[in-house]
Write a protein that binds this ligand. Structure first.
Ligand SMILES: [Zn+2]
Length: 255
């Protein structure tokens, strides 16, 4: 029996029995781990209130070697997440982030940079950043950290400068006019302004991004591109897409 002790975000939980849950934890040191939270649904359980999605916890998981499921032995709340869910646009972004993490992270593979990305986005949301900007930042960085959002300086087909840019989710990158060929019209065109915005997302800390710059057509292009790339990475559209579109329907633009 091994014990894993350390920081984690609660990513999901599902009922196992009348009193117990299976929780999915995104740990800093071991990536995603699943564990049985025995008795967590009981009123007097010390685990109650610690297992909300995106709660940050100090967890101890005991697990037999190679077992898929551990046992949650202890779980202390570092910071709760209920305060984040009061506002519906933010809730829509949190639901989308949760889905990306749940589907996009491989169990047992350490991803400290992604772990820190989650922390950055949650902290900034808590300080009142515009949720859609947080979503763009999270999406762009999640893709970059998983190697599917290369710098837009060369065509993934031939290496030429592909301007005007067309993001082809099927090719995980940018295609020039000649490599595009028949694919023309299937990708997401990304104009110079949207490219500039992407550059800012990649270079500036989230808290330093100017929310007013991330509105209108260019931000919509960037948003559509990020969405397409995420859906391609995850293998199918996000279930949370509708929630996200409802939250941002006013400026959904190209949808
Ligand atoms: Zn090319």
């Amino acid at each position: 029996m091994e014990t894993f002790k350390g920081e984690a975000y609660v990513i999901a939980r599902a009922p196992l029995t009348e009193s117990s849950l299976i929780v999915t934890l995104f740990t800093r040191n071991w990536g995603v781990m699943k564990a049985v939270a025995k008795g967590a649904k009981r009123l007097k359980s010390p685990l109650r209130g610690t297992l909300e999605t995106f709660s940050r916890v100090e967890a101890a998981i005991a697990r037999k070697e190679h077992a898929p499921l551990g046992q949650l032995r202890a779980c202390d709340l570092v910071s709760g997440s209920l305060d984040l869910y009061g506002e519906w646009k933010r809730s829509a972004v949190l639901a989308s982030m949760q889905e990306v993490l749940q589907r996009g992270l491989v169990e047992g593979s350490q991803e400290e940079e992604t772990f820190r990305l989650v922390g950055t986005v949650l902290d900034n949301m808590r300080s009142g950043i515009e949720p859609r900007l947080a979503w763009l930042y999270f999406g762009a960085w999640f893709l970059r950290l998983h190697g599917v959002l290369p710098s837009p300086d060369r065509c993934v087909g031939c290496g030429a400068d592909p301007r005007p840019l067309l993001y082809e989710a099927g090719h995980s990158g940018w295609l020039c006019a000649s490599c595009r060929g028949d694919a023309m019209g299937q990708g997401q065109p990304v104009g110079p302004e949207a490219e500039l915005l992407m550059g800012r997302v990649m270079k500036s800390p989230l808290g330093k991004l100017e929310p007013s710059a991330f509105q209108g057509k260019a931000a919509n292009e960037l948003g559509s591109m990020i969405y397409l790339a995420l859906a391609a990475f995850l293998g199918r559209p996000l279930a949370a897409r509708e929630t996200l579109e409802n939250a941002y329907g006013d400026d959904a633009g190209s949808h």
